[in-house]
Structure formats: structure tokens, C-alpha cells
Design a protein around this ligand. Sequence first.
Ligand code: HEC
Length: 159
Amino acid sequence: MRGGARCGRGATTRAGRRSSRARPAATERIPGRSRPPPGRGTASEGAALFARHCAACHGKDARGGSAEELAGATRPLNTPAADKTVGSYWPYATTLFDFIRRAKPMAAPGTLNADEVYALSAWLLHINGVIAADAVMDARTLPAVRMPNRDGFIRIEAN
Ligand code: HEC
């Protein structure tokens, strides 16, 4: 029902006004308001999953390929052509989890189970220097991750 309503609004083409509604629901989520699902994963589990499902587009070490880089930022955010990676830019780890869960892998979204999404999130957070190699990501630890750019955004009320 909710999904249908969302699709209906997205399909409306009233020049610009409704266009943001056509985006995937992930961008509309307010991080921290909904609890991630049960499950768990670590960076070492995530490394193998990334090689299998993601590296073809994002590169072996997530440094970019045909798709954008997800790690290894060298140009700071306050410089031209800044590197907006998971580690340098994303304010919430829960958004990363939600995005992977809904949108990835690109050709088969929704096919990864919660453990796999926790593991992929753990690996991406680890290679970005945000969490330790052996940190377990689950419904309790993931929302508690403090992202480096957490305070880099200004809250704007849309309505
Ligand atoms: C077929 C190519 C392809 C595969 C495979 C793929 N991606 Fe992507 N990914 C993309 C493209 C293209 C984008 C940019 C467009 C978008 O946001 O959808 C992207 C965007 C992303 C982003 C957002 C980057 C940002 O900063 O906006 C993340 C995170 C991500 N991918 C993670 C993954 C993970 C994890 C996997 C494996 C489970 C994966 N991708 C597999 C092509 C791919």
C-alpha cells in the first residue's frame, strides 16, 4: 500500500515539484529512526562478499572502477573535486546499510541477506578507517558507529 502510493507520486510529472519523490525510498529515510534488522557481520566476511558482488564495478579495493570510489579519499571535502567516499562524506552508517540492502548489487537489488549486508557495511567501514577489523556490526553496534563527517551537514526542514 505504502509502496504503491510512493510509486504513484513518483510517476506524477508536475515539473520539478514531485521529482524528489521519484527517488528510491532509501534517500527519504531519517537515519536512526528505524532499527536495523537482526543479523551480524564482520569486515573479513565482507571482503569476500565485496570481491564477489561489488568489485567488478567499484574496483578491487573499492577505490573506484566503472562505478565510483567508496573508500580511499585523498582530496578533502573543502577542496575542489573533493572525494566523497563512505568514510569522508556519509554521516550515518545506517544509511550505508540501508542503501546496500535496498539497492545492491546493482543488477539484483534485494538479494543480499541481512548478515551479508552487515558484513559488507563492516568491510566498507573498516577500509575507510572507521571501525576496527574485528568489530562485529549488528542492530546494536551499527547505529552506534560515529562517522567522521557526522557533523558536516546542516539540517534543513523540507516543508
Ligand atoms: C554493475 C555495477 C555495480 C555493482 C556490481 C555494484 N555497484 Fe554500487 N554503484 C554502482 C553505480 C553506477 C553507483 C552510482 C549510482 C547509484 O548511486 O546507484 C553505485 C553506488 C554505490 C554506493 C553509493 C556511493 C555514493 O557515495 O553515492 C554504494 C555504497 C555502493 N554502490 C555499494 C555497492 C556494494 C556494497 C555492492 C556490492 C554488494 C555494489 N555497490 C555493487 C554500480 C555498481
